[in-house]
Design a protein around this ligand. Sequence first.
Ligand code: FE2
Length: 411
Amino acid sequence: MLFQNLTIENATEPVDIRVSDGTFAAIAPKLEPQSGEEVMDCTGKMALPPFVESHVHLDTCMTAGIPRWNMSGTLFEGIQCWEEYKPRLTKQDVRDRVSRAIRMQAANGIQYVRTHVDINDPKLTALETILELREEVRDFMDIQIVAFPQYGILSYPKGAELLEEALKMGADAAGAIPHFEFTREYSVDSLNICFRLAQKYGKLIDIHCDEIDDEASRGLETVATRAYETGMRDMVTASHTTAMHSYNNAYVIRLMRILRMSGMNFVANPCVNIHLGGRTDTYPKRRSLTRVKELTAEGINVSFGSDDIFDPWNPLGNANMRDVVFMGLYAGHMLGYDEIMNSCKFVTTNAARTLHLGDAYGIREGNDANFVILDAPNYYDALNNNAAVLRSYRRGKLIASTKPMEKTVLF
Ligand code: FE2
């Protein structure tokens, strides 16, 4: 199949893309159609590698309002709502909800997902179910699973054993939540356990790190130091790091050195961070977004995630990475022309680095033909006009499509 006149990412000139046998066979201007080849004119449209959701909790998705709504909008009432939901948690319930969320993601052009799954559950019900789904949807979606100890590794009964069991069952990454552990000592020890187990089983690491407005929450320096000293480097990701918003600048200048040296990745969750953050403030209220602009300027890899899809922590989550980028740019003071134009990297190439997708990700000859076509000539317009993801291809096969909305003005 030949796609004509597609602008790849923000290239200045459109090209043609030939897909055959599920791969990008040729990418060049003005390719001659072969006899019998299907041709699609894509003038005025852009192509991107598929969107990458680098931080979401699929196990809690689609539970907003059940059994009740989070009326205060705080993290803690969200946790209470989830506690009240948990008695309904069965494999069938998880399967139904997660299957729906995966299809919402696919409809929005997502083909790679890193989901955190709460493993502070002696039965590991959600983990077992999502491990099954990971295999079932492999032809349409790559799902990475982080074994996420929601209540801590050392502050929850048998937390370390559950984490090890989850990794043995097939989770792709080890998680931790140092800011939620009972003490500073537990915080550091929990990170040591997380790193030891990840190394033992050859897994990635993704830490819920300092997701709190406490300027004294300093899990990040320990994560970065372990990433550096163990040599795990870019296998390690710090998610949220919202406390960094509140750190004093003198400390951040010192911290930046080890962050650079560590080679680790960061994930911010702009919509949920700004929704849940600043809740203990009167006025001014903090935005609670980590320092995306400054980290990016230091050459550190940062991606954006949704965190939650229609659950007690994000009642408006809709599995659309566009909204996440939109909020991230506003809240992060990143609305310069180039910043807007290049912001797709937060949910494409940067997120792919976080997930360790390697050279197999991207629109390049020889790669699997995984890509999306947006109804806009460049990402600036795509973002500004909320352009539809017209088509999503996986190994050359159409897996989702959207018809652009038609608006009529009668004057
Ligand atoms: Fe999260």
